[in-house]
Design a binder for this molecule. Structure first.
Ligand code: TSX
Ligand code: MN
Length: 609
């Protein structure tokens, strides 16, 4: 397909205009065909950018090593370019949009010299779904094209939906490394130095401009940039929710199903929960999505969620057949690995894969690496943020409804974080606004000394959206309250829960085995939605009775008491931390409902002392 074959004259002209600025060698339209995918992979292998893996062990798989400076999202180079700093809010990097466009246009001028410009029409959400959104990414990275082909729906069918004048979110991307006449990358991952990297969002004009990084969330612009930062602004303006949430389906032994979404900060095992294999007989857990949920009211007054993605871009280290069998199977074929280690027989390996490294590996720097388990200082073979890109359709636990264009009706929303104390295994909010409060205080305990915070203090990540909200976070809290108010039927709103798999004893031992055993908590959530759960009212909300959740092996009755204990003194400290350290950040954008809730909760806790 040629750029001149594009029926949408606005889109065609936009591509040609950018080509005139960036001066690529040629233009290729991503048509979404497997033939084009295979051709790009073959070119990438021939160019030395990636290696094919063993077709017997990992059929259809390739492995990349990125530049060592280009391994993760770059938050200090991620910008919300709104007209005012206040619109971006206290938790985003604000930058003046006009100045930024001038600067970035300068960077884009000639930036694709010697490279191909790929135009990727993509749909976030099933093609043609009323909840889906279309974007077009212009990029000079073939790695981006093939990853986008797994992570989103790409190609001609998207152009068909766009027609001759449909709306799309324009997304520019360049690795920021123009080639001189006759120069080649020699297989080296191209990117720009950190001070030239920009991951820019223009919420008022709904545009994404990315430069200088080829990695994941900086470069696959459908995911964090469009489906969260830009979509959160669209959702605010249009009355829906664009959230950093997994979506799962829970079915009881009688065959009755509910759908649940959940937001967790990083390192809580969100992907593991999305693909959980339940330990309780007769119960089933299936996957709709592992990272993003778009939720809108249906005509029946229920909130419906779609997964806007088509694949998983998962953290590899720690993923094993023990921790997440379904992810391992999802990534066993037709997948892309980035910054993993490679074995002699061309399989992948990473720390926490569940077995020792066999023989001599090639580590993510491209050097020979032999495991030395006695050496605690040994550098890891895989980068800690190494990734697999795998098609969701390959997930054994994928739910039959996962591509339903109308979405799935949501009965429950989970929030969670890593908390060694205070926060119980599970509790339920008394109402929607209490649930918004729980979302607003999401956070994990600091386990390693960071630059900014001390060990044991709480790093708050409200709704797990701190790096992904495209506008003022205080206004975002207000939007959640407004969405609850707008419900036609308050009884149809999802019930909201807070879960914590990470409680420890005073001696530092895990109190809860987690993983598949979390299905016992999901069962209580399910029963709470049905109105059949055994529960008790407490000053922090509704909790399971001591016998409501069957104890897994190794959890004593006393452990269960600790897991479900309402630590009144601990919660009073929590209230104090929220009031003095957390909520003041949002200034007068903090909804009065949240400040008032905090006062009421404090009064209830003091009365219970
Ligand atoms: O993903 C996790 N989940 C959710 C699973 C559905 N992890 C891994 C977090 C890092 C990404 C967990 N780690 C979970 C959990 O529920 N719980 C824990 C803590 C834990 C770790 C090891 C054990 C128990 C708990 N091992 C034994 O008890 C033997
Ligand atoms: Mn995520």
């Amino acid at each position: 397909m040629n750029v001149n074959d594009i029926a949408h004259s606005g889109l065609k002209q936009w591509i040609l205009d950018f080509a005139e600025l960036a001066t690529p060698e040629n233009i290729v339209i991503a048509d979404g065909s497997s033939a084009q995918y295979d051709e790009l992979v073959a070119q990438q292998i021939a160019g030395g950018y990636c290696v094919p893996l063993n077709p017997e062990k990992k059929p259809g798989c390739i492995a990349y090593n990125s530049d060592p400076s280009d391994v993760a999202r770059v938050e200090n180079r991620t910008y919300i370019a709104a007209k005012t700093k206040e619109a971006a809010g206290p938790t985003n990097n604000w930058i003046d949009p006009d100045q930024l466009k001038t600067d970035m246009t300068g960077l884009y001028r000639g930036c694709m010299k010697g490279r191909t410009l790929y135009a990727i029409p993509f749909s976030m959400g099933p093609v043609g779904s009323p909840i889906a959104k279309i974007g077009v990414e212009l990029t000079d990275s073939a790695y981006v094209v093939i990853n986008m082909m797994i992570m989103t729906r790409v190609g001609s069918k998207v152009l068909d939906v766009l027609g001759t004048d449909g709306a799309f979110v324009p997304c520019y991307h360049s690795v920021g490394k123009p080639l001189a006449e006759g120069e080649s990358d020699n297989g080296v991952w191209p990117c720009a130095p950190i001070e030239k990297k920009y991951i820019s969002h223009f919420p008022e004009t709904r545009e994404i401009w990315s430069y200088g990084s080829g990695y994941g969330g900086n470069a696959l612009l459908g995911k964090k940039c469009l489906a969260l930062r830009i979509a959160s602004v669209l959702a605010r303006d249009e009355g829906w929710l664009a959230e950093h949430m997994l979506i799962l389906k829970v079915t009881n032994p009688e065959g009755k199903s509910i759908f649940v979404t959940g937001a967790f900060p990083s390192a809580c095992g969100k992907t593991n929960l999305a693909m959980l294999i339940p330990t309780i007989p007769g119960w089933k857990v299936e996957t709709v999505g592992d990272d993003i949920a778009w939720m809108k009211y249906g005509a029946d007054g229920q909130l419906y969620a779609i997964n806007p993605e088509a694949g998983f871009f998962g953290v590899a280290p720690g993923t094993s057949t023990e921790s997440n069998l379904n992810a391992m199977v999802s990534a066993s074929k037709n997948s892309i690995f980035t910054n993993c280690a490679i074995t002699e027989d061309k399989d992948i390996w990473w720390e926490g894969i569940g077995y020792d490294a066999p023989g001599t590996l090639i580590d993510w720097h491209g050097n020979e690496w032999v495991q030395d388990k006695g050496n605690k200082e040994q550098k890891t073979a895989a980068h800690p943020n190494a990734r697999f890109t795998a098609p969701a359709s390959q997930c054994p636990s994928i739910a039959s409804e996962w591509e339903d264009p109308k979405g799935v009706p949501i009965s429950a929303i989970l929030f969670g974080g890593r908390r060694a104390s205070t926060v119980p295994l599970v509790h339920q909010s008394s109402n929607w606004n209490h649930g918004v409060f729980l979302g607003s205080i999401v956070g994990s305990e600091i386990t390693a000394a960071a630059l900014d915070l001390k060990v044991g203090s709480i790093r708050r990540d409200p709704f797990a959206m701190l790096p992904f909200c495209g506008y003022n976070m205080g206004d975002y809290f207000q939007h959640w309250i407004n969405v609850g108010k707008a419900a036609k039927d308050q009884t149809k709103l999802p019930k909201i829960f807070y879960v914590n798999w990470f409680r420890k004893t005073a001696e530092g031992k895990w109190l809860w085995p987690g993983f598949g055993e979390n299905s016992r908590v999901l069962k209580w959530v399910f029963e709470s939605c049905q109105g059949t759960a055994k529960s008790v009212e407490t000053p922090i909300g509704t909790m399971p009775t001591l016998d409501a959740i069957d104890r897994p092996a190794g959890v004593s009755e006393d452990d269960m008491k600790q897991l479900l204990y309402v630590d009144v003194k601990g919660w009073l400290k929590e209230v104090d931390d929220i009031r003095t350290n957390h909520y003041p950040k949002f200034g007068d954008h903090l909804p009065k409902e949240l400040a008032e809730f905090l006062d009421q909760m404090e009064a209830k806790l003091k009365a219970a002392l």
